[in-house]
Design a protein around this ligand. Structure first.
Ligand code: G3I
Length: 355
């Protein structure tokens, strides 16, 4: 068989597969014509594994640090910063020409134990600004976008403004949000500054109230001259609840002139039937419907899943299930593409050019 005939026959794909190489179009390739960025959360320890590092490099045009840029990872002591793991992640991304999102600068979780011992109303502002200045300056010019504030809204905390009663709110008051954005903007004017939140994608009374509170917060940030440029919609989806309220919400966000990133996409399959093939098919259906809905919005610039392989999903570690294990991501435990991968690929290919 001539080389040309061999390549155009199915034998080439089979031979490549047998050699362990990937033949399907990657997510990055599927999204390239539209200019949309696509990727995943990654951890320092994961990129040590050659097969996984290769998968990330092949599939992703953008990655986000899952844990290695959180306070707990960067701040072993009040007077110490340890950038070892985060620097390794950034170096990996740079080497593979992948953009990187920073996650996160200000959150109520993943604070080191010492923080709770020493933070007081009279030093909290200094702790916050010193952390943001040091971290953002350290990575200046290397970060595509920062999740400056993460999950500041919790309507169940029953405040009129919907804000979460977080350590930052309790210590500084609502002004902490403006301080965080202003400090980050000064330290790296080139990074896109993002507010990142969960519980916004699917319908339900609590999510509806949350969307309302988040829009109010975004307007308040604008009025108070916080330099915010994007909203991160985490998109930890639960089963196949609908997203009928999403478009209206996106319209309100667009009116504020904010870009949108899908930052932490995965699908919790807990409520799906036990049969694995059936579950994978249903998970893929949620990926398809969700991306179809949200990618109609031209202000969406990036889609990132919260991990690529099921084996690394936070849901595996967090949830106790009576039966079965979570399969929320586009690749299985052996790093093989699942129906969710092909659903993503198909939806990304439908997106028209973003300018
Ligand atoms: O690194 C230690 C390890 O040394 C130790 O042996 C092990 C024992 O449990 O714990 C490891 O740390 C865990 C870390 O994940 C790395 O696996 C922490 O206990 C655990 O709390 C941490 O959970 C992370 C969680 O955020 C809290 O920071 C999850 O991996 C991460 O997926 C999750 O991500 C959040 C986003 O930041 C914000 N949005 C929601 C999302 C899911 O909860």
């Amino acid at each position: 068989m001539l080389r040309r005939e061999f390549l155009s026959s199915g034998f080439a794909a089979i031979a490549l597969q047998a050699a362990g190489a990937r033949t399907e179009e990657s997510l990055k390739q599927a999204a390239a014509p539209s200019g949309l960025l696509v990727g995943s959360a990654v951890s320092y320890r994961e990129i040590d594994e050659a097969a996984f590092a290769e998968l990330i490099a092949r599939q992703c045009s953008i990655v986000v640090s899952e844990n290695d840029m959180k306070w707990k990872a960067l701040r072993p002591a009040p007077d110490k910063f340890d950038f070892t793991r985060a620097d390794a992640l950034v170096a990996f991304a740079e080497k593979n020409r992948i953009k990187i999102r920073g996650h996160n600068l200000c959150w109520h979780e993943a604070l080191p134990d010492w923080f709770h011992k020493i933070a007081k109303p009279d030093n909290a502002r200094e702790l916050l600004t010193n952390h943001i200045e040091t971290v953002v300056r350290h990575f200046k010019g290397k970060i595509h976008s920062w999740d400056v504030v993460n999950e500041a809204v919790d309507v169940q905390d029953m405040r009129a403004d919907g804000l979460r009663r977080s350590p930052w709110l309790n210590l500084i008051g609502p002004e902490y949000l403006v301080i965080a954005f202003k400090t980050a903007a000064k330290a790296d004017p080139g990074a896109t500054l993002t507010y990142n939140e969960y519980g916004l994608a699917q319908d339900g009374p609590r999510n509806e109230a949350k969307r309302h509170a988040v829009v109010a917060l975004l307007r308040w940030l604008r009025r108070n001259e916080a330099p915010i440029q994007a909203l991160g919609i985490q998109s930890h989806l639960n089963g196949n609840r609908p997203f009928t309220g999403l478009q209206h919400f996106l319209g309100e966000v667009r009116e504020l002139g904010l870009r949108v990133f899908v930052t932490e996409l995965d699908v919790n399959d807990k409520s799906f039937p036990p049969d694995v093939a059936e579950r994978d098919r249903m998970v893929a259906g949620v990926y398809r419907d969700y991306l179809h809905t949200i990618l109609e919005e031209r202000y969406v610039d990036a889609v990132l899943t919260w991990g690529l392989s099921d084996r690394d999903s936070w849901l595996r570690h967090r949830e106790k299930r009576a039966a079965g294990i979570a399969r929320p991501l586009p690749f299985d435990d052996q790093l093989q593409p699942k129906p969710a991968f092909f659903a993503m690929q198909a939806e990304l290919k439908k997106v028209s050019r973003r300018d």
